[in-house]
Design a protein around this ligand. Structure first.
Ligand code: KPL
Length: 316
């Protein structure tokens, strides 16, 4: 297991960040690209550039496609967008070992549970991360904000000694184990449900939501409603307002991932953030009118909010 190569599915900012960080640790990860992207390159090894505010490094990394994977995958990190992760995984399913350890690094909730249910023999882990990264060009990733990543096996999974614990040591990303991971996923999703869609609606940076005016009033309303859902689920939510305001202040000059997607006309992950929250609220009988209104207004201005995530029972 220790000598098995790491495979990384998805070469967006998070996929490149993790691939470069594994190279930095002395590993030789393989980046799995979509068949169509892979065909554009005539090389099988690319130069991956990682920049931080202090330094720039380059790493040679192997690329493969679902068609060209030539070994069984025993450990895999899935870095695609939430809405793409199941189909991306299906494209490489024949290569997955029965006891493959799979780490999911998607925003929001719902996609992880769908994948856990679709892959009953593999051990599915989920991560929740506050690292800030963006691509300035393909395979050129900027690690703009050092964050923290929590990882743990999803509930109803067999616990095993193998897996991702070795990631926590001697790694340039801060990774810590967390079991159960579901509460961390909820906490992050709750924060994103208040910030991300609203920044897309007003086309503003995260700090712009604290305007002492219309945006902040709406933000406060979303926080109240999200807290109500968390309270019914028994997840501590007293500090949600402090957390949301704190994130808006610390990331004041950032464009949220959703605002970036909206500006580029790309599909957003909102179905797995506000969409998931709305579904959970509906099944719990909690009213979340501001979240509905936000999604309606985003749809009206053409932001791609996507299909609601498939609700699945969540164990906390
Ligand atoms: O997670 C984020 C995102 O943009 O998706 C926040 C915390 C809002 C930072 O921008």
């Amino acid at each position: 297991m220790d000598n098995d190569p790491w495979y990384i599915l998805g070469a967006g900012s998070i996929g490149c960040l993790w691939a470069a960080s594994l190279c930095h640790k002395g590993e030789s990860p393989r980046l799995i690209l979509r068949e169509s992207s892979y065909q554009q390159f005539n090389k099988r090894r690319l130069s991956l550039k990682l920049s931080t505010p202090d330094q720039t490094s380059r790493f040679a990394v192997d690329i493969v496609s679902p068609e060209t994977i030539d070994s069984t995958i025993n450990r895999l990190i899935v870095c695609t967008k939430a809405q793409d992760s199941l189909s991306a995984l299906n494209s490489i399913k024949p290569h997955l070992a029965d006891n493959c350890q799979i780490l999911l690094l998607q925003n929001g909730m719902g996609s992880q549970q769908t994948i856990r249910n679709a892959l009953p023999t593999q051990t599915v882990w989920a991560g929740s991360s506050t690292d800030g990264a963006y691509l300035s060009a393909p395979f050129e990733v900027h690690h703009a904000g050092q964050g923290q990543t929590w990882i743990g096996p999803l509930s109803n999974q067999q616990r095993s000694e193998q897996g991702f614990h070795d990631l926590c040591d001697n790694f340039r990303l801060k990774v810590s184990p967390c079991d159960p991971i579901e509460q961390k996923l909820w906490e992050k999703m709750a924060i994103n449900s208040c910030i991300n869609g609203l920044t897309a609606l007003f086309d503003c940076r995260n700090g712009g939501l604290l305007d002492n005016g219309e945006k902040q009033a709406w933000l406060d309303q979303l926080i109240i409603e999200t807290s109500g859902v968390l309270a019914v689920l028994g997840i501590p939510a007293t500090a949600l307002k402090d957390s949301v305001y704190g994130v808006c202040q610390i990331t004041a000059s950032n464009l949220s991932s959703t605002c970036q997607d909206a500006r580029k006309g790309r599909a957003t992950e909102l179905a797995f953030i506000n969409g998931f929250l709305i579904q959970q609220a509906n099944s719990l009988g909690v009213t979340v009118n501001s979240h509905h209104q936000l999604m309606d207004q985003l749809n009206a201005i053409g932001v791609k909010t996507g299909q609601p995530a498939t609700a699945s029972p969540l164990c906390i």
